[in-house]
Design a protein around this ligand. Sequence first.
Ligand SMILES: NC(=O)c1ccc[n+]([C@@H]2O[C@H](COP(=O)([O-])OP(=O)(O)OC[C@H]3O[C@@H](n4cnc5c(N)ncnc54)[C@H](O)[C@@H]3O)[C@@H](O)[C@H]2O)c1
Length: 315
Amino acid sequence: MKKLGVAVIGTGFWGKNHARVYKELDSTELIAICDANAERAKTMAVQLGVKAYTNSTRMMKNERIEAVSVCTWSTSLAKEALKALSAGKHVLVEKPMATNTKQAKRLLAKAEENKLHFTVGFLMRFIPGVQHIREAVANKEIGELVCATAKRVSQWPERIGDVGVVKDTAIHDIDVMQFVYNTDPMAVYAKTGNMRHRKFEDYAQIMLTYEGGKSAFIESNWLTPYKTRTLTVTGSDAIMRLDYITQEVWIEAAKENRQPKYPWQEPLKLELQHFADCITKKEKPLVTGEDGFKALKIAEAALLSSEKNKAIKLM
Ligand SMILES: NC(=O)c1ccc[n+]([C@@H]2O[C@H](COP(=O)([O-])OP(=O)(O)OC[C@H]3O[C@@H](n4cnc5c(N)ncnc54)[C@H](O)[C@@H]3O)[C@@H](O)[C@H]2O)c1
C-alpha cells in the first residue's frame, strides 16, 4: 500500500509528537519537517532521518508531500495553514486554528476552493470515553441531558505567550461540548482574568446555554499547581464522568454504577491515523473545519462576554 507523504510545520513541544507519530504509523511517510528555529529543525530532522526546512514555502514545493500538520505558535497557525492549502496540501491545523474567526473563515474557503481535506486538532474527540459519552447522550442512556461540567486546570506552560487560556485550553472543552451536545449553544457568559500572565487571561469560567434549559460549564486555568482534566455529564437518570488523563469512564445511577473499560490509547495517534485514512478514503473527518470555526467563535464570544460583563447571544 502506498503511504501518504506528510510533513510537519513547527516542531516544538507538540509538533515533535506529530512528527514521531507520523513515523510510527504504517500508513504515513514523514518526508520533511520545518521549524523557524534552525537549530531545532536540524536536531529534529537528524533524529527522524528526514529533510529539515526553516521556511515552509520551500518545503511546500516538494510534491511527495501530500498532507501537513501545522503546529506553529497559535498566532502563526492560520498563515502557515493558508500557505499549505494554497500549495495544494491537505491540512491538519492545530487548535485554535487561527487568531480570530476572520482568519479561520479564509482557511475554510481555501480548503473548499482547492477541494482539500481540512481538519483541526481537537484530539479529545478521539478518546474512546468521550465517544462513549456522546453516544450515551444521543441514545438517552442517562435519561435527558441536563448539564455538563468540564475542568481543565494546571500550571501555566510558560512557552505559551501568544494566546490566553480561553483560546489555548478552554477551547478543547468548548469543542467537546459541541461534540457531546451535538447542537450549538444559544449564548455564552464568561468571567476571565489574569493573575500571573501579563498579557492574556490565565483563568476562565465559561457558561454555555442551550435550548430546552440545558447548560454547560467550563473551568480553565493556568494557576492550579496540579493537573486536572475532567468531564461530568448529568442526565435525569444517571451521571457520567471521564478523567481525560487516565481515560477512565464512570456511569453512576441511583441503583447501579458501571465502569466501561477502554484500554488507554494515545489520542494523537488515533487523530493522525484518522486524518490519513480520511484523505486516502476520501471521507469526511470527525472534526471539520467548520467545527474548528465554531469553537473559535464561541471562544471569542466568551472573551467578549467577560470584557462587557454580559451574556453574548450566539444565534
Ligand atoms: N491539540 C493539543 O492537544 C495541543 C497540545 C499542545 C499544543 N497544541 C497546539 O500546537 C501549537 C504549538 O504548540 P507548542 O506547545 O508546540 O508550542 P512551541 O512554542 O513549543 O512550538 C512551536 C514551534 O513552532 C515554531 N514556529 C513558529 N512559527 C513558525 C513558522 N511560521 N514556521 C515554522 N516554524 C514556526 C517555533 O520555532 C517552535 O519550535 C499551538 O497552536 C498549540 O495550541 C495543541
